[in-house]
Design a protein around this ligand. Structure first.
Ligand code: NAD
Length: 353
């Protein structure tokens, strides 16, 4: 049994689907179902006893203690977070509450549980914290990609809150001996991505004849990883990572945002041409840049490759094609999440919070 937090989100949802496709080990999924949580992603597990969903907050220590005592997981994997940089600029409070306060409460609940385990607890249990490359700040054009040795220099409320959570996780290992692992990953893309993020937003706006917004000059560089490759890295780190260590996860796929958008446009031109026969790039519109927008992120994943033998299965070209194909084939998921029908279902099912 493993306990996953934030498993109704983009990466956590993909992780649970992959986990249960590859193993019979059950998963408890604790998720608050914020606007970003979507149980539709896990619809195929509706009648699957291996997936136990619990709506709740990682800040709720009492609930966590109860779940841990009842299910006795051998691992806790923390995906739960507020994750959208733009939202963190307009309302940083939630980010501090969940990413910092929530992680603290989760660590304390896990520490209580781990302390009470039999003497083999350091090999029998692991806490894996999922984090981002944004904690390292921004790179200049000629800088080497981030390694695990880079200093933390977060620039947005989101990355600052994630950096704080990474520090807490590190401290709980050094101070209390909790067997923790941290992964810092580059930008993910793929199926079930909430349509406020760049790649799904561009696909959906293109199909709906809307503008394709590009911040500033579009030359901000991000390093992209197909979400299933992130999931395989997390499984590998959970299996073989050394407690107390952090592992950078990335696919060596640095791309300026404008190139990502143009690639999506050309795949759509091929798979779903516009009714008027014109290319989708005509919909590109430049908008005012985000304040404090980091120029370049890039990950050096060689520690994970060298020490744990992990490699991504997709290149950017194969992964982005799969992603566009997935969005074209799963318009019902998209409709549900964008029309508000899903939020209505959540408040009927769980009451509004
Ligand atoms: P997401 O926003 O899609 O999902 C987050 C999930 O956490 C949602 O289901 C939400 O309901 C849940 N949640 C939020 N607050 C909660 C709380 N207090 N208690 C319980 N559940 C709560 O995010 P994502 O893109 O899937 O990211 C998952 C993790 O991976 C985050 O920690 C993020 O920082 C990290 N990460 C994301 C990326 C990326 O490109 N998306 C890259 C690297 C790391």
């Amino acid at each position: 049994m493993i306990l996953v937090t934030g498993g109704a989100g983009f990466i956590g949802g993909n992780f649970i689907l992959d986990w249960l496709a590859q193993s019979n080990e059950p998963v408890i999924n604790l998720d608050k179902l914020t606007y970003a949580g979507n149980l539709d992603t896990l619809k195929s597990l509706k009648d699957d006893a291996r997936h136990v969903f619990v709506r709740g907050d990682i800040g709720d220590r009492e609930l966590l203690a109860k779940l841990l005592a009842e299910h006795k997981p051998r691992a806790v994997i923390n995906f739960a977070a507020e994750s959208h940089v733009d939202r963190s600029i307009h309302g940083p409070g939630e980010f501090i509450q969940t990413n910092v306060g929530g992680t603290f409460n989760l660590l304390e609940a896990v520490r209580g549980y781990w302390n009470a385990l039999p003497p083999d607890r350091n090999t029998a249990f692991r806490f894996l914290h999922v984090s981002t490359d944004e904690v390292y700040g921004s790179l200049g054009p000629d800088d080497h990609p981030f390694t695990e040795e880079n200093n933390f220099e977060p620039n947005s409320p989101y990355s600052a809150s994630k950096a704080a959570s990474d520090h807490l996780v590190r401290a709980w290992h050094h101070t209390y001996g909790l067997p923790v692992l941290t992964t810092n990953c580059s930008n993910n893309y793929g199926p079930y991505h909430f349509p406020e993020k760049l790649i799904p937003l561009v696909i959906l706006n293109a199909l709906n004849g809307k503008p394709l917004p590009i911040y500033g000059d579009g030359m901000q560089i991000r390093d992209w990883l197909y979400v299933k490759d992130h999931c395989s890295a997390i499984r590998r780190v959970l299996e073989a990572g050394k407690p107390g260590e952090t592992y950078n996860v990335g696919g060596w796929n640095e791309k300026p945002n404008i190139d990502v958008v143009k690639t999506i446009c050309s795949i759509l031109d091929e798979l779903k041409p516009r009714a008027d026969g014109k290319p989708y790039v005509e919909q590109i519109t430049y908008v005012t840049d985000r304040p404090g927008h980091d120029r370049r992120y890039a990950i050096d994943a060689s520690k994970l490759e060298r020490e744990l033998g992990w490699k991504p299965a997709e290149t950017f070209e194969t992964g982005i094609r799969k992603t566009v194909e997935w969005y074209l084939a799963n318009q019902d998921w998209v409709q549900n999440v964008t029309s508000g029908a899903y939020r209505e279902w959540v408040s009927k099912q769980y009451g509004s919070r």
